[in-house]
Design a protein around this ligand. Structure first.
Ligand code: NAI
Length: 482
């Protein structure tokens, strides 16, 4: 019998290097380690089968081993073709015999996997021997959830999705690869996704873009199981999206380019949580930062924070860096890129690659010169060129290793609490998209104070009465914005 857990990873020989990094990350992830100490004996996730689709990094490895420490059975894929840290993937497969089963956890993730492979791997995490599928999804961006919903939709129609023609102007390799997975599944078993969905109690979603997709599905009446919006826990979006990006955006730019940021003009598209962190990081490096927004509130915030607010068109031939953070599509278009300064650096940290029109760039007559993995020079017919990072995909994960452990500990502590809630307290989450109660949010923050030497002031009873909150919290009403 093969002692090695089912897997598709780059190289199992990287496991030891991965294990060492995981060990160091544990030190920086106090929230997750506290949950292991608190619930490791009770095993509240016993019996749960968790399909995880989230960047297979060192930090995610600590998340996975927390889920298994709490009793879950887990399978994992990355939610981006470039974000896997191969050593972390290997270490999770091998396991260390302490937290997970000695044989480790099945992982399907390779840095630089193709898009068809990506969708196959997403399908692999939904495939459980002896069962119709997982009981809970842990998603980042919504791809695993959308695959299940699309599978159910095609099965209900009784219509195997036909291959899309590559010549078709609407052809999209992502969509076609997902349809291919459904096609193969339906040819073997025409009701697989329907049975699978019936066994899924819910999903916890990590990011803004995935939450938008869930809310659209719910508005259309198509959502098949309840969802917990982890992103909008305060201790997620106001920390990971902002302070995480503040760390990992310059990390990605530096590892990719070695171009000095100081003194240059950096253009940041979008001033939401991610945009705020991006702008602050670039300013911290001495760049003159210009921001674009569609929302007057965020535009005014950017102005008050001291940034110039302008349109891409106003700066297209003046900025040295263009960073998209909107979660929207068509932000940097070919006409913009063709007008940029020679060697301008172009990158995205929003969830999907459609913020930058890469397909249009390829069609524009510009020529691709690969510089190194995830760094490409695109040379226009007039000889000027731009540098595009990670093919327009999340550059902080493609060119660097994503956010650091401490901030991911806050995000992932919310994730684990959400999974436990779905598995043990489902009645509190009827069909819909829910945030975790504020008690949990405050708990996540509390678990991260000691490590930073924070001394919290305690309310006296009379102070608590005076402002009308319980002495131990929650301290703020739901509408408070932090
Ligand atoms: P957000 O909703 O707080 O911010 C996005 C901002 O972009 C909004 O203020 C919106 O008004 C603005 N915007 C929309 N269309 C625009 C346009 N055409 N031009 C200029 N601005 C526009 O969302 P958040 O949390 O900042 O997330 C943004 C994206 O980043 C999402 O796709 C999210 O999933 C992703 N994300 C990426 C992370 C990473 O590690 N790279 C971490 C967390 C989130």
């Amino acid at each position: 019998e093969d002692p090695v857990t089912e897997h598709i990873v780059a190289d199992l020989a990287l496991a030891e290097a991965g294990r060492n990094q995981i060990r160091l990350a544990e030190q920086e992830m106090p929230g997750l380690m506290a949950l292991r100490a608190e619930m490791g004996d009770a095993k509240p996730l016993a019996g749960a089968r968790i399909a995880g689709s989230l960047h297979m990094t060192v930090q995610t490895a600590v998340l996975i081993e927390t889920l298994t420490a709490l009793g879950a059975d887990v399978r994992w894929a990355s939610c981006n073709i470039f974000s896997t840290q191969d050593e972390a993937a290997a270490a999770i497969v091998v396991g260390d015999g302490t937290y997970s089963s000695p044989a480790g956890v099945p992982v399907f993730a390779i840095k630089g996997e193709t898009i068809p492979e990506y969708w196959e791997y997403t399908d692999r995490i939904l495939t459980w021997e002896g069962h119709d599928g997982p009981t809970i999804i842990l998603d980042d961006g919504g791809d695993a959830t959308v695959l299940v919903h699309e599978g159910v939709r095609f099965e209900a129609l009784g219509e195997v999705p036909a291959p899309l023609e590559e010549e078709d102007p609407d052809y999209n390799l992502e969509v076609e690869s997902m349809r291919a997975v459904i096609r193969r599944s339906m040819e073997k078993d025409p009701t697989r996704f329907t049975r699978m969905a019936a066994g899924i109690v819910g999903v916890s979603e990590e990011t803004t873009t995935g939450v938008h997709r869930l809310e659209i599905m719910h508005r259309k009446g198509e959502l098949l199981f309840p969802a917990i919006n982890v992103n909008d826990s305060v201790t997620k979006s106001k920390f990971d999206n902002k302070y995480g990006i503040r760390h990992s955006l310059p990390d990605g730019i530096n590892r990719a380019t070695d171009v000095l940021i100081g003194g240059k003009v950096a253009f940041v598209c979008g001033y939401g949580d991610v945009g705020k962190g991006a702008a602050e990081a670039l300013r911290g490096q001495g760049a003159r930062v210009v921001v674009s927004e569609v929302d007057p509130i965020c535009a005014l915030q950017a102005a008050m924070d001291g940034y110039e607010v302008a349109r891409v068109e106003d700066y297209v031939d003046r900025a040295d860096f263009f960073i998209t953070t909107t979660g929207n599509k068509d932000i940097l278009r070919v006409e913009h890129m063709a007008a940029m300064k020679d060697k301008a650096v172009v990158g995205n940290v929003g969830h999907f690659d459609n913020e930058i029109d890469m397909a249009g760039l390829a069609r524009s007559g510009a020529k691709l010169t690969p510089i190194k993995p995830q760094v490409d020079e695109w040379v226009f017919p007039d000889g000027r060129s731009i540098i595009v990072l990670s093919e327009g995909r999340l550059l902080n994960l493609g060119n660097a290793t994503g956010h650091p452990s401490f901030v991911m500990s806050a995000s992932f502590t919310n994730q684990v609490i959400a999974q436990v809630e779905l598995w043990t307290n489902l009645a509190a989450y009827p069909l819909g998209v829910h945030r975790l109660p504020k008690e949990h949010d405050e708990k996540v923050a509390r678990l991260h104070l000691d490590a930073l030497g924070v001394r919290l002031t305690e309310l006296t009873e009379s102070q608590a009465d005076y402002i009308g909150v319980p002495q131990q919290g929650p301290f703020k009403p739901e509408h408070y914005r932090y």
